[in-house]
Design a protein around this ligand. Structure first.
Ligand SMILES: *Cc1c(COP(=O)(O)O)cnc(C)c1O
Ligand code: SF4
Length: 433
């Protein structure tokens, strides 16, 4: 990790969980339950998150605490009990691992066919560290970037972090990536993602980014990151922070659009002065910061939180991009917000912010056919319906065409929706999930 030498750097792993939780008034059983959850789902945080972002006087309700610390409700009670019994009984490591693996396999680790559906094949070889779902954009998962400065409890990429080799997506075959992109001139945008690619040193990141600058058809490069929220020193006082900004400048000087796709969850993440300094430095490099994040129960499921997040990021010169719906994987049952309520929160927040912040789209589901946006609830021909459209689709012909689903107050994902008006499909070419 590029930040490991930083004087403020200290990573906390499941081994440290018990000690950290002693700051909170919890019973032994409650602490054991949280350790049980962290033996199945990833846990990692750091001194910056613990000391600067979490308001310990507000724990356990504090949103950033809930963003990074396990909660008992994240797994079904029988699974928590089973893992707690194993931990309390000092069961052998192998037995704990086996039980954890079994539970993970029941949590839909790769929703929407993540592992297979979007992997491109080039010259007879599957490029397992790439995803190519929409014609104009390719996702690159650098091998060294498949971890994060801290882990979000609601993360949909959680299988990347639990040491289950078969569940991982990653590449270090930079030559094959270049060769694929040369054979696919329709790809104009590259999204380098993870994990968080900015856990990599600038030197390693450069190995992935610089070759892209020699491919004329690549017009924009995005870097998906939560480092502004979880480790803003990456852009200020990390040893290679200046070098990172120089790399950004090189991309911009090549005539390309460089977007830092910054994951923010709650306005509390914007409070420390170092975040603002980091955002100023990124903008000075010529990169654009675009903000996105999911709507999650118990953390940011209020219009106040979103209105403040969008207004504040806009004030800091960033551009609100997507508000996501929590995916149907891992602890979705705990963090998911029904689409109807999610849209009400989105609309309420959207109505309060200036037009400059209304660049945001949402709530958006990254589902099998594409990015489905919930536009609202309406009554059409006497039937209560959801109005939706695809912002992105495997089949570009489906983009931007309104369609309707029967209203369902409890629906949390695309696959819960049925076409309205008794129709057999949403659109020609778009079936119910
Ligand atoms: C969201 C996403 C993209 C990028 O879509 P944009 O609308 O261009 O932001 C590309 N590929 C996949 C798989 C995605 O989920
Ligand atoms: S930063 Fe992104 S990839 Fe990393 S844990 Fe959070 S949601 Fe997952």
């Amino acid at each position: 990790m590029s930040s490991a030498h930083h004087p403020r750097f200290r990573a906390f792993t499941p081994r440290d969980l018990d000690g950290l939780l002693r700051r909170v008034p919890l019973t032994d059983d409650q602490r054991l339950a949280l350790r049980a959850v962290s033996s199945v789902l990833p846990f990692r945080t750091n001194a910056y998150v613990v000391d600067e972002l979490i308001d310990w006087s507000a724990v356990p309700e504090d949103p950033v605490f809930r963003l990074t610390f396990p909660q008992a409700g994240m797994l079904p009670p029988p699974d928590v009990r089973r893992m707690a019994d194993l931990l309390a009984g000092d069961a052998p490591r192998a037995e704990i691992q086996r039980a954890a693996h079994e539970i993970r396999m029941r949590l839909n680790p790769h929703p929407s066919g993540q592992l297979d559906a979007n992997v491109p094949v080039h010259e007879g070889q599957r490029l397992t560290g790439l995803q190519h779902k929409y014609p104009e954009t390719v996702l690159v998962f650098p091998r060294q970037g498949q971890t994060c400065h801290a882990y979000c409890t609601y993360c949909f990429r959680w299988p990347q972090f639990v040491g289950e080799a078969d569940l991982r997506i990653a590449t270090d075959d930079i030559a094959a990536t270049g060769s694929y992109l040369r054979a696919h001139p329709e790809v104009a945008s590259i999204l380098v993602t993870g994990g968080d690619p900015l856990v990599m040193s600038t030197e390693v990141l450069r190995r992935y980014v610089e070759p892209l600058l020699r491919i004329d058809t690549v017009r924009s490069i995005r870097i998906g990151t939560k480092s502004l929220a979880f480790w803003p020193y990456r852009f200020t006082t990390d040893r290679d922070a200046d070098d990172l900004l120089r790399l950004f400048e090189e991309v911009v000087a090549s005539g390309r659009h460089l977007a830092l796709m910054a994951h923010f969850t709650h306005p509390q993440e914007l409070r420390p002065p170092v975040v603002r300094e980091a955002m100023r430095r990124v903008r000075d490099s010529g990169a654009v910061i675009r903000c996105q994040g999911p709507l999650v129960a118990g953390i940011n499921d209020s219009a106040d939180a979103w209105a403040e997040l969008w207004e504040e990021t806009t004030t800091l010169g960033a551009v609100p991009y997507y508000q996501f719906v929590e995916r149907d994987t891992g602890p979705q049952g705990y963090f998911g917000v029904p689409l109807a309520r999610g849209h009400a929160i989105f609309r309420d927040a959207y109505a309060r912010v200036s037009g400059l912040a209304r660049t945001v789209r949402g709530p958006v589901m990254s589902a099998m056919p594409g990015k489905v946006c919930v536009d609202g609830v309406a009554e059409v021909a006497g039937e209560k319906v959801f109005a939706l459209h695809l912002i992105q689709a495997r089949d570009p012909d489906l983009v931007g065409r309104p369609f309707f689903a029967a209203y369902d107050e409890g629906a949390t994902w695309f696959t819960d929706l049925k076409p309205a008006f008794g129709a057999s499909r949403f659109l020609p070419g778009l079936e119910a999930g």
